[in-house]
Write a new protein. Structure first.
Length: 227
Protein backbone atom coordinates (compact mmCIF):
# COMPACT_ATOMS: atom_id res chain seq x y z
CA UNK A 1 0.00 0.00 0.00
CA UNK A 2 1.59 3.24 -1.19
CA UNK A 3 -0.04 6.67 -1.19
CA UNK A 4 0.91 9.90 -2.93
CA UNK A 5 -0.48 13.00 -1.18
CA UNK A 6 -0.79 16.35 -2.96
CA UNK A 7 -1.87 18.92 -0.37
CA UNK A 8 -2.66 22.61 -0.70
CA UNK A 9 -0.26 24.71 1.38
CA UNK A 10 2.58 24.97 3.85
CA UNK A 11 0.36 24.30 6.88
CA UNK A 12 -0.67 20.95 5.41
CA UNK A 13 2.94 20.11 4.59
CA UNK A 14 3.82 20.45 8.28
CA UNK A 15 0.67 18.97 9.84
CA UNK A 16 -0.19 15.94 7.72
CA UNK A 17 3.02 13.96 8.37
CA UNK A 18 2.32 14.25 12.12
CA UNK A 19 -1.32 13.25 11.66
CA UNK A 20 -0.34 10.30 9.49
CA UNK A 21 2.26 9.15 12.02
CA UNK A 22 -0.49 9.02 14.65
CA UNK A 23 -3.41 7.77 12.57
CA UNK A 24 -1.64 5.48 10.09
CA UNK A 25 1.59 4.50 11.87
CA UNK A 26 2.32 1.52 9.61
CA UNK A 27 2.76 3.74 6.57
CA UNK A 28 6.11 5.52 6.54
CA UNK A 29 7.12 8.71 4.77
CA UNK A 30 9.65 8.86 1.95
CA UNK A 31 11.34 12.01 0.68
CA UNK A 32 11.07 11.19 -3.01
CA UNK A 33 8.37 9.31 -4.92
CA UNK A 34 11.02 7.12 -6.54
CA UNK A 35 11.90 5.70 -3.09
CA UNK A 36 8.57 3.96 -2.40
CA UNK A 37 8.60 0.20 -2.02
CA UNK A 38 5.72 -0.93 0.19
CA UNK A 39 3.54 0.66 2.90
CA UNK A 40 4.95 4.12 2.32
CA UNK A 41 3.72 7.55 1.35
CA UNK A 42 5.05 10.63 -0.34
CA UNK A 43 3.64 14.10 0.40
CA UNK A 44 4.11 17.33 -1.50
CA UNK A 45 2.53 20.77 -1.20
CA UNK A 46 0.97 22.44 -4.22
CA UNK A 47 1.77 25.86 -2.83
CA UNK A 48 -1.84 27.02 -2.75
CA UNK A 49 -4.65 27.44 -5.24
CA UNK A 50 -4.75 27.55 -8.27
CA UNK A 51 -1.17 26.32 -8.55
CA UNK A 52 -2.07 22.99 -6.95
CA UNK A 53 -4.12 22.22 -10.07
CA UNK A 54 -2.45 24.28 -12.79
CA UNK A 55 1.08 23.14 -12.00
CA UNK A 56 1.36 20.37 -9.43
CA UNK A 57 -1.47 17.98 -10.27
CA UNK A 58 -0.05 17.32 -13.74
CA UNK A 59 3.40 16.69 -12.25
CA UNK A 60 1.97 14.39 -9.56
CA UNK A 61 0.06 12.34 -12.13
CA UNK A 62 3.29 12.00 -14.13
CA UNK A 63 5.08 10.84 -10.95
CA UNK A 64 2.59 8.10 -10.09
CA UNK A 65 2.21 6.90 -13.67
CA UNK A 66 5.96 6.68 -14.18
CA UNK A 67 6.55 4.99 -10.82
CA UNK A 68 3.72 2.46 -10.98
CA UNK A 69 3.93 1.66 -7.25
CA UNK A 70 1.24 3.98 -5.87
CA UNK A 71 -2.25 2.73 -5.03
CA UNK A 72 -3.73 6.18 -4.39
CA UNK A 73 -3.14 9.73 -5.50
CA UNK A 74 -4.83 11.82 -2.81
CA UNK A 75 -5.62 15.43 -3.63
CA UNK A 76 -6.46 17.51 -0.54
CA UNK A 77 -7.51 21.11 -1.14
CA UNK A 78 -9.53 23.90 0.43
CA UNK A 79 -13.06 24.62 -0.73
CA UNK A 80 -12.84 28.27 0.34
CA UNK A 81 -16.24 29.72 -0.62
CA UNK A 82 -17.34 26.72 -2.70
CA UNK A 83 -19.25 23.66 -1.56
CA UNK A 84 -17.41 20.31 -1.49
CA UNK A 85 -19.38 19.14 -4.52
CA UNK A 86 -18.48 22.31 -6.44
CA UNK A 87 -14.79 21.89 -5.64
CA UNK A 88 -14.81 18.23 -6.68
CA UNK A 89 -16.63 19.14 -9.91
CA UNK A 90 -14.01 21.82 -10.60
CA UNK A 91 -11.21 19.27 -10.20
CA UNK A 92 -13.00 16.72 -12.37
CA UNK A 93 -13.54 19.34 -15.08
CA UNK A 94 -9.84 20.24 -14.97
CA UNK A 95 -8.93 16.56 -15.31
CA UNK A 96 -11.23 16.19 -18.29
CA UNK A 97 -9.99 19.36 -20.01
CA UNK A 98 -6.34 18.34 -19.56
CA UNK A 99 -7.06 14.70 -20.58
CA UNK A 100 -5.42 13.46 -17.38
CA UNK A 101 -5.24 9.68 -17.08
CA UNK A 102 -4.04 7.59 -14.14
CA UNK A 103 -2.60 4.26 -15.26
CA UNK A 104 -2.75 2.05 -12.17
CA UNK A 105 -3.64 4.40 -9.35
CA UNK A 106 -6.93 5.65 -7.91
CA UNK A 107 -7.57 9.37 -7.47
CA UNK A 108 -9.13 10.40 -4.15
CA UNK A 109 -10.28 14.03 -3.76
CA UNK A 110 -10.70 15.23 -0.18
CA UNK A 111 -12.04 18.78 0.18
CA UNK A 112 -11.07 20.74 3.28
CA UNK A 113 -14.21 22.75 4.10
CA UNK A 114 -13.47 25.78 4.23
CA UNK A 115 -9.78 25.40 5.03
CA UNK A 116 -7.67 23.30 7.38
CA UNK A 117 -8.10 25.86 10.16
CA UNK A 118 -11.83 25.15 9.98
CA UNK A 119 -11.08 21.61 11.10
CA UNK A 120 -8.77 22.83 13.86
CA UNK A 121 -11.67 24.90 15.24
CA UNK A 122 -13.44 21.61 15.99
CA UNK A 123 -11.39 21.01 19.13
CA UNK A 124 -13.77 21.99 21.94
CA UNK A 125 -10.94 22.05 24.48
CA UNK A 126 -9.55 25.31 23.11
CA UNK A 127 -12.63 27.24 24.26
CA UNK A 128 -13.34 28.60 27.72
CA UNK A 129 -16.83 28.75 29.24
CA UNK A 130 -16.19 32.41 29.93
CA UNK A 131 -14.28 34.08 27.05
CA UNK A 132 -10.99 35.38 28.48
CA UNK A 133 -10.94 38.50 26.30
CA UNK A 134 -13.25 40.82 24.41
CA UNK A 135 -11.78 39.53 21.15
CA UNK A 136 -12.58 35.92 22.06
CA UNK A 137 -16.08 36.95 23.11
CA UNK A 138 -16.67 38.71 19.80
CA UNK A 139 -15.79 35.58 17.84
CA UNK A 140 -17.84 33.31 20.12
CA UNK A 141 -20.85 35.63 19.93
CA UNK A 142 -20.63 35.66 16.14
CA UNK A 143 -20.60 31.86 15.90
CA UNK A 144 -20.17 29.21 18.58
CA UNK A 145 -17.90 26.68 16.87
CA UNK A 146 -17.71 24.60 20.04
CA UNK A 147 -21.36 23.64 19.64
CA UNK A 148 -22.09 24.34 15.97
CA UNK A 149 -20.44 23.01 12.82
CA UNK A 150 -17.34 25.09 12.00
CA UNK A 151 -17.78 24.20 8.32
CA UNK A 152 -21.01 26.25 8.23
CA UNK A 153 -19.51 29.40 9.72
CA UNK A 154 -19.37 32.48 7.53
CA UNK A 155 -17.33 35.57 8.29
CA UNK A 156 -18.71 38.47 10.27
CA UNK A 157 -20.14 41.40 8.31
CA UNK A 158 -17.37 43.70 9.54
CA UNK A 159 -14.51 41.37 8.57
CA UNK A 160 -12.42 42.43 5.59
CA UNK A 161 -11.31 39.17 4.04
CA UNK A 162 -12.46 35.73 2.95
CA UNK A 163 -14.25 33.11 5.03
CA UNK A 164 -10.97 31.19 5.18
CA UNK A 165 -9.16 34.28 6.49
CA UNK A 166 -11.84 34.67 9.16
CA UNK A 167 -11.50 31.04 10.28
CA UNK A 168 -7.74 31.49 10.50
CA UNK A 169 -8.06 34.61 12.66
CA UNK A 170 -10.71 32.95 14.85
CA UNK A 171 -8.40 29.99 15.47
CA UNK A 172 -5.38 32.19 16.19
CA UNK A 173 -7.36 34.19 18.72
CA UNK A 174 -8.69 31.15 20.58
CA UNK A 175 -5.31 29.43 20.68
CA UNK A 176 -3.57 32.61 21.82
CA UNK A 177 -5.90 32.66 24.82
CA UNK A 178 -4.41 29.24 25.67
CA UNK A 179 -0.86 30.60 25.26
CA UNK A 180 -0.45 28.80 21.93
CA UNK A 181 1.06 30.82 19.09
CA UNK A 182 -0.37 29.62 15.79
CA UNK A 183 0.60 30.60 12.26
CA UNK A 184 0.51 28.88 8.90
CA UNK A 185 4.29 28.56 8.89
CA UNK A 186 4.37 27.40 12.53
CA UNK A 187 1.10 25.55 13.29
CA UNK A 188 1.72 24.79 16.95
CA UNK A 189 -0.30 22.17 18.88
CA UNK A 190 -2.67 21.18 16.04
CA UNK A 191 -0.31 18.37 15.01
CA UNK A 192 -0.04 16.96 18.54
CA UNK A 193 -1.65 13.64 19.48
CA UNK A 194 -3.99 15.20 22.06
CA UNK A 195 -5.31 17.68 19.49
CA UNK A 196 -5.90 15.00 16.85
CA UNK A 197 -7.73 12.85 19.39
CA UNK A 198 -10.01 15.74 20.34
CA UNK A 199 -10.93 16.21 16.68
CA UNK A 200 -11.58 12.48 16.33
CA UNK A 201 -13.80 12.63 19.40
CA UNK A 202 -15.74 15.61 17.99
CA UNK A 203 -16.40 13.75 14.74
CA UNK A 204 -17.34 10.54 16.55
CA UNK A 205 -19.77 12.19 18.97
CA UNK A 206 -21.26 14.88 16.72
CA UNK A 207 -22.42 13.53 13.37
CA UNK A 208 -23.66 16.98 12.34
CA UNK A 209 -20.22 18.61 12.37
CA UNK A 210 -17.06 18.47 10.29
CA UNK A 211 -18.24 16.01 7.65
CA UNK A 212 -15.23 16.63 5.43
CA UNK A 213 -12.85 15.90 8.32
CA UNK A 214 -14.82 12.73 9.01
CA UNK A 215 -14.21 11.68 5.40
CA UNK A 216 -10.49 12.23 5.86
CA UNK A 217 -10.41 10.09 9.01
CA UNK A 218 -12.39 7.36 7.22
CA UNK A 219 -9.87 7.32 4.39
CA UNK A 220 -6.96 7.13 6.83
CA UNK A 221 -8.68 4.22 8.54
CA UNK A 222 -9.22 2.51 5.20
CA UNK A 223 -5.58 2.66 4.17
CA UNK A 224 -4.54 1.49 7.66
CA UNK A 225 -6.73 -1.60 7.24
CA UNK A 226 -5.25 -2.25 3.80
CA UNK A 227 -1.66 -2.33 5.07
Amino acid sequence: MNVYFLVEGKTERKVYPKWLAHLTPKIKKVNNPTEVIDNQYYLISGGGYPGILDNHLLDSVADVNENGQFDYLVLILDTDDQTPDEKIAEVEQFIQEKSIKLVACKLVIIPQVICMETWFLGNGKIYSRVPPSAECAAYANHYDVANSDPELMGKSAAFNGTNADFHYEYLKTMLRAKNIRYSKSNPQSVHETYYIDELKNRVATDSTSLNSLSNLFKFFNQISLDV
